[in-house]
Design a protein around this ligand. Sequence first.
Ligand code: ME8
Length: 529
Amino acid sequence: MNNKFYITTPIYYVNDRPHIGHVYTTTIADILARYHRLLDEDVFFLTGTDEHAAKVVDSAKEHNVTPIEWANRNAQAFQDTFKKLGIESSDFVRTTEERHKSKVQEYVGQLMKSGDVYPGEYEGWYDAGQEEYIPDKKAEEYGLKSPINGKPLVRKKEKNYFFKLSKYQGKLLKLLEERTEFDVQPDARRNETVNRIKEGLNDVPISRSGESGWGIPVPGDPQQTIYVWIDALFNYLSIVDTPQRQKYWPADVHLIAKDILWFHAVIWPAMLLALGKPLPRVVYSHSFWIAEGQKMSKSLGNFVDLEKIDHYVSTYGLDALRWFLATQGPMGVTDSDFAEAQFIDVYNRDLANDFGNLLNRVSGLIGKYFNGIVPNPEDMKIEDPQTHEGFLTRFFDEKEDREGERHFTDRVKLPINRLEINVFLDSVIHYVGYVNKYIEDQSPWKMKKAGDTAGVARVLYYAAEALRLAAVILQPVMPNKTEIVLDVLGATGSGTTWGELKPGTKLKEHGPLFPRFDADGKPSATKAK
Ligand code: ME8
């Protein structure tokens, strides 16, 4: 086992059911977790639900149920959805669980003792939907309306406990300049954070008067409830703060979107500094999905919701959805459009014409010329990287290991560690396209006519082995379809060395991996060429 790797998603509000945004972040985290497992690391992947928000109490009231009943219902919807979408998290935290609540009280208690949390009074503009105070200057910029849901901000004054955020301004700036212990990515998001810290940090309230009885009481002051955001952030720590799981802290990646950057890039590290705990290595803040060219919102009723997600899964398959999310998603600083026409384009181009087609060709040609039995190339090792064949191994061969064997782990490690998932997958699919082109260029059918059986064996073995490696490398993104490919090739493991495909293996029968679709989302009559 190599290093440990701890990745988290935000924990989602349970006032409503999941939508494509939640599914996106969690799927990317799942894919990254699977890559790290493929690299034989000790992975811990945490997702879950954030349940103590006042809007949960409101939604529950509207539906005539108690807050915990409402939370149970929606937490279940998140769990069911993630399960259906192939998410394999190590744990699922619910902030209403005792194991979390007791830890939060312990952390807040420690901060009260050290003086980093102190009693006071606060007045400011409050965004009730987001459960957050907006600094006066920002509130005015927004026209005293919520930048998220457009509802008027309320002027609120309350007695509560404060966190000495101001004390950590210099330290945070220094950490963000050095970027060795703690970083915010992408760079533009870090710059944004740095600029905002430079404007000056005020102490922030971390409790509210807890008349609703929903939330975690402040230790020693049951009139006060710990502010839902503080409660929520602690989940990343509370769930691994046990003797068996301590080894996972600090988190390697907190994957979030730009809407909650402030809490993760400023408040959270400052609280950890106050607690004397190591900081997460990276807070990675992606951008937003919009839907068919428009911002997704309740009022427009255009969320890519569970029904729409089900439609994509039942029509195009789960792996196709995962591929689309991973390659077209907003990992960078611009938003992405979730549009069906584009989905179909990407599906046909990458999955039907490239990956699926390669399987068809390999199994079709090996079927035709070798009765479906993987041929034996005269030379398994390809030494000249300048040749066509050279490219096939070079894609994977960054370094030879001590035994002189060639693996592709370095090819995977670098981009995956940098979270450059779409760039990386783009290069893999280009490689798959290249293998198709290689078959075309070499034209084994011409070699056959010319009586060059050794040539046919070489080209088809290389193509089949290149396909196997592509399937191995794509497992984290498309666990189901790659399993089919590996099964056809009689290669069930995840071997990453060139030449592991055994000549003499009988290929299994298979249907089309990714049948083509017309622009209107109907299966094409014509088969993939
Ligand atoms: O903010 N595109 O929960 P939340 C991409 N409970 N991702 C999106 C998205 C979109 N249009 N909309 C939402 C909360 N997301 C708090 C978090 S963490 C300690 C507490 C994703 O249910 C994205 O990951 O509003 C975003 O950060 C998260 O959902 C917000 O989920």
